[in-house]
Design a protein around this ligand. Structure first.
Ligand code: HEM
Length: 167
């Protein structure tokens, strides 16, 4: 635990974190990049989830929908993590005290787990139902859980700014 604390305070006291904290333009600029990246992450994931739930793109196979979108999701996710990390180091101690920030990271982990379980377990026999408009329950469950988890991530992200301890 001490090791993690040392790493976090090392970055929080870095020249980079100082610049983000002190410069009037840097934080809003990085947060804007964060918002655009998360729009692409959540938007692209919801497009796949709506297919899994049978609400959209039902005339396209699941594998075609995911193959067309997932590369964008991963690139946008990398940008979201990088920009989020820069915002985080600018005020790391206070963010770690913020329940919404911690909850957001936990929910991102759960959303990732849901995705892994879907791809490695639920979608193992996808060839059998890939082009169906109404998919097996486990595929619809994965889509529904994903929608709930990502909306919760965005809500927690939004609430961080309203609940940060000042001073
Ligand atoms: C893809 C996953 C992510 C999503 C969907 C997400 C979502 C959000 C949202 C909706 C906001 C509020 C933006 C605003 O309204 O201005 C936000 C802010 C923020 N996020 Fe993320 N985020 C993600 C990943 C991360 C990661 C990995 C970190 C850090 C390690 C992070 C750190 C932050 C910080 C520090 C803020 C600024 C809060 C503030 O002071 O206003 N985010 N995020």
């Amino acid at each position: 635990m001490q090791f993690l604390h040392d790493i976090i305070s090392y970055f929080e006291n870095s020249v980079l974190a100082d610049n983000i904290r002190e410069n009037d333009l840097l934080f809003p600029l990085i947060e804007s990049i964060h918002v655009v990246a998360i729009c692409l992450v959540v938007g692209s994931i919801l497009a796949v989830d709506l297919r899994l739930l049978g609400f959209a793109s039902v005339h396209r196979s699941v594998s075609r929908v995911t193959a067309g979108i997932l590369p964008l999701t991963w690139v946008a996710f990398a940008v979201a993590v990088a920009s989020g990390g820069l915002l985080f180091i600018s005020n790391a101690t206070k963010y770690l005290e913020n329940g919404y920030f911690v909850a957001k990271l936990f929910l991102i982990g759960l959303a990732g787990l849901n995705m892994v379980v879907f791809h490695l377990v639920s979608a193992k026999d996808m060839a059998q139902w890939d082009s169906q408009s109404r998919l097996p329950f486990r595929a619809r469950l994965a889509g529904g859980l994903s929608v709930l988890l990502w909306i919760s991530v965005v809500a927690c992200g939004r609430w961080i700014g309203f609940t940060m301890r000042v001073g």
